[in-house]
Design a protein around this ligand. Structure first.
Ligand code: A2P
Length: 317
């Protein structure tokens, strides 16, 4: 196996709107305050043009400050960056209002992509995690308000100019299929951001999305907290063949599959290395897919107090 030198990813994918989306972006979940500011700034100064945030991360103001400082200090036009934020479940009935509030916090006049964060509806209010008396999450019944109702409002947002594109997150095949075949749905989501890494390759979902022209964005590409993907012996051995780190292997594997990948780091050195990728042999890409399908390790699976896990192959919850 030839050794490979990782280089800054220049790969761009196309959304169904015709817009370009850089394949590698910076994830910012669990990045707060000063460390978040520094990681976004470090990323932008080292080749990243794509930043991903969400209302629920509580960092839109810091992310926005880092972006605006960078644009000003380097005299870079806003259009050269791709910025994503997400609609929180308690805002499901009024996405436009929620998007305006996100833009206010970001200090931006538009985002490039606005996603339904979870296929879940919750009552609006100050509490972002409303609970029932028994302490369980107070998720609205599917029949009262659901992701199709939310999407009917989301699909109107590109016309406002507040976002260039709209998409979803944490949707499985059953929900996507139900959504795009619904008679009131006019717009196919531009992207679906889901947990994907070498221990959870999501082969069926990726194939489905590619067929429908929906770009898949991989969150937690290293397995999130503790980065368990980096400890896997098989993946370590593949990384060693190329003489790269397991992190570079995992990120390059997503890029080689024509997916968007959003590694998160608050460590400046890791931020800088995470955008440097190598080309993987198709055989290795496939072998890792097959290996991961057997492992099937899902790290992010919150209990929404729905009748069954929202990742089950069902169109409602
Ligand atoms: P840190 O922020 O301290 O760098 P994911 O992208 O899957 O959410 O994983 C992120 C986790 O992996 C974070 O805890 C992050 O910690 C760590 N991480 C990010 N990049 C690397 C890297 N190149 N090598 C090792 N750990 C990393």
């Amino acid at each position: 196996m030839s050794k490979a030198t990782p280089i800054v990813s220049q790969k761009i994918l196309k959304l169904n709107t015709g817009a370009s989306i850089p394949a590698v972006g910076l994830g910012t979940w669990r990045s707060t305050d000063e460390e978040c500011y520094n990681s976004v700034k470090t990323a932008l100064l080292n080749g990243y043009t794509h930043i991903d945030t969400a209302r629920i991360y509580g960092n839109e103001n810091i992310v926005g400050k880092a972006i605006n400082d960078y644009l000003k200090e380097t005299n870079t036009p806003r259009e050269s960056l791709f910025v994503t934020t997400k609609l929180w479940s308690t805002d499901c009935m009024n996405p436009e209002k929620a998007l305006r509030a996100s833009l206010e916090r970001l200090g931006l006049s538009y985002v490039d992509l606005y996603l339904i964060h979870w296929p879940i509806a919750a009552r609006n209010g100050d509490d972002l995690f409303p609970k029932k008396e028994d302490g369980q999450r107070d998720t609205l019944p599917y029949t009262e308000w659901n992701y199709v109702d939310t999407w009917k409002k989301m699909q109107l947002l590109p016309e406002t100019g507040l976002t260039k594109a709209v998409g979803v997150s944490n949707f499985n095949v059953a929900k996507l299929d139900h959504l795009i075949n619904h008679p009131d749905v006019k717009l196919v989501p531009a992207a679906n951001q889901v947990e994907v890494h070498p221990l959870l390759p999501q082969v069926e979902l990726v194939e489905y999305c590619k067929k429908k022209g929906i770009v898949v964005e991989c969150y937690s590409p290293l397995g999130s907290l503790g980065a368990p993907v980096l400890e896997d012996e098989f993946l370590k051995s593949v990384a060693a063949k190329y003489d790269v780190s397991p992190a570079t292997l995992a990120i390059s594997w997503a890029v080689s599959r024509d997916l968007v990948v959003l590694p998160k780091s608050v460590n400046p050195e890791r931020v800088i290395t995470n955008i440097k990728v190598i080309d993987l042999d198709a055989k290795d890409v496939e072998e890792i897919e097959q290996y991961g399908e057997k492992k099937n390790v899902r790290v992010v699976n919150p209990d929404w107090n729905t009748p069954y896990s929202i990742f089950e192959d069902k169109p409602d919850y």
